[in-house]
Design a binder for this molecule. Structure first.
Ligand code: SAM
Length: 458
């Protein structure tokens, strides 16, 4: 299916509540998932503007065979995007006949609303400076390049580098072609919210990963040293896996599981593009992965980022009104799975550290899941205090919950997110040295080094 027809089909599906943009994009037969996703999101963002322009230009009255969703995608490309891709097929001449009128209607709308830029036409909630806008975060993929080289590339392209930000206020003030290094996370560049880098050559070549800052926290806080063995329990589409591989410098092993074959297929493409070579992908239910399997004997690190309500996701809230408040039944079902997955992960015999994360803001999927899992393994695992300088902490629903991190557009200028770092409790050995509670394996030199350096990630 061609890009524009595929985008129109996704928009129609979202409108008739067949699924979310992400779900329908993955279910589409169109190969380039990122390209399709970007086009649909942008068209959806400008939906009200496009409806107004199409109506006042009389496009659908004049072109009776043109379906409304396709018209919206095409007019987005013509007026607000980068113009038709490739030859534009048969749509280019059709839209060409209406181009002057459509442009005039867009100009008229701007005059009417007293604005000069296209983005100023966006509805409240999609406009810069309102709660839904967060900067565009870009993780430099250190398997392929380094921050200095990426920064130089952008400077040569006319972007102006402002150095490392010192506070969130610096991020809030970003505009135009300015960009920064994040104040807290390494190798994370920050651009103004409207910056679209989906077509950027460094992104296309896998040197950059477009990833929200909050979603970079799990791998960073898990901090597996190069050479270690890691499980990514619910891994697709793989942004966090590629981050883990970068931290491992491709040395060691990542066992990545997911149930969804389609998402795994896109993940394989993403990992290949990002230069990841230390990852084994498996289409498997994590709950059925045996902790006593010899293959996982050395696994000391687990990242668990299970399916969740997505109530913290900005795009989700924009595309599905009400997505921010999932029903009690749905929350119950999700929390049940998250609970089982976390308890299962904690039974891996060599596990030292686990990061549990969701893009949900619901206590039931976050603090409640963590508290319950810790209660089921008393004295064996505890919450580690993560990133003390992070301003938004876990809800105080049990002692120590403030060790968890929360994120939101208002407090951290990111999507809504939750992260908990759980580590094995160290018990003094008879020799007076500190070891893990397991007595069947000696800590490796890397593990000792990691324990000694734990303040570097907490
Ligand atoms: N960590 C991923 C990333 O950063 O790109 C996002 C993971 S997404 C929130 C949750 C994933 O869990 C989905 O891809 C879903 O298919 C997968 N999943 C759900 N149940 C699972 C199970 N029982 N075992 C393995 N994966 C599962």
């Amino acid at each position: 299916m061609a890009l524009y027809a595929a985008a129109a089909a996704v928009l129609a599906g979202v409108e008739s509540r067949q699924g979310s943009i992400k779900g329908l994009v993955y279910a589409s037969s169109f190969q380039n998932v990122k390209q399709l996703y970007a086009l649909v999101c942008e068209t959806q963002r400008y939906s009200a503007v496009l409806d107004a322009v199409i109506a006042s230009a009389g496009l659908l009255r004049a072109e009776k065979k043109l379906r409304p969703h396709l018209a919206k995608v095409l007019v987005y490309e013509l007026l607000l995007g980068k113009g038709f891709r490739g030859s534009g097929g048969r749509w280019k001449p059709l839209l060409g006949r209406h181009q002057a009128r459509l442009k005039a209607e867009l100009a008229r709308l701007k005059v009417h609303r007293g604005v000069s830029r296209n983005e100023d036409l966006l509805e409240v909630g999609s406009r810069p400076g309102t709660t839904c806008q967060v900067p565009r975060f870009v993780r430099v993929n250190t398997l392929k390049t380094c921050s200095d080289d990426a920064i130089d590339y952008f400077k040569r392209q006319g972007f102006s580098y402002q150095g490392q930000a010192s506070s969130l206020d610096d991020l809030k003030a970003l505009k135009g072609k300015h960009f920064l290094l994040d104040p807290l996370l390494p190798d994370l560049l920050v651009f103004p919210a409207q910056t679209d880098l989906h077509e950027h050559p460094l992104y296309q070549a896998g040197h950059l990963i477009l990833q929200d800052k909050a979603s970079c926290l799990p791998a960073m806080l898990l901090a597996p040293p190069p050479g270690s063995h890691v499980i990514d329990a619910c891994a697709a589409p793989g942004n966090k896996t590629s981050h883990l591989a970068a931290l491992l410098k491709n040395q060691g092993k990542i066992f990545a599981f997911d149930l969804d074959a389609k998402r795994l297929a896109s993940m394989a493409t993403l990992l290949a593009r990002a230069g990841v070579s230390c990852c084994e992908l498996a289409e498997e239910d994590f709950l059925a992965v045996s902790p006593s399997d010899e293959r996982y004997r050395q696994v000391q690190y687990i990242l668990l980022d299970p399916s969740c309500s997505g109530s913290g996701m900005l795009t989700r809230q924009l595309e599905e009104p009400g997505a921010g408040t999932p029903s009690k039944e749905r929350l119950h079902a999700l929390a049940g799975f998250q609970q089982r997955a976390l308890c299962h992960a904690l039974t891996f015999p060599s596990l030292q550290r686990l990061v549990y994360s969701t893009c949900s803001l619901c206590q039931e999927e976050n603090e409640d899941v963590v508290r319950e899992a810790l209660q089921q393994s008393p004295g064996t695992f505890r919450l580690a205090p993560a990133l003390p300088s992070w301003p938004h902490r876990g809800l105080s629903t049990f002692p120590g919950a403030e060790h968890c991190l929360r994120a939101s557009p208002e407090t951290t200028l990111t999507g809504g997110f939750f992260v908990a770092v759980i580590e094995r409790v160290e018990v003094p050995s008879p020799t007076g040295r500190s070891t893990g509670t397991r007595t069947y394996t000696q800590p490796s030199p890397k593990e000792k080094e990691e324990t000694a350096n734990s303040s570097s990630w907490s």
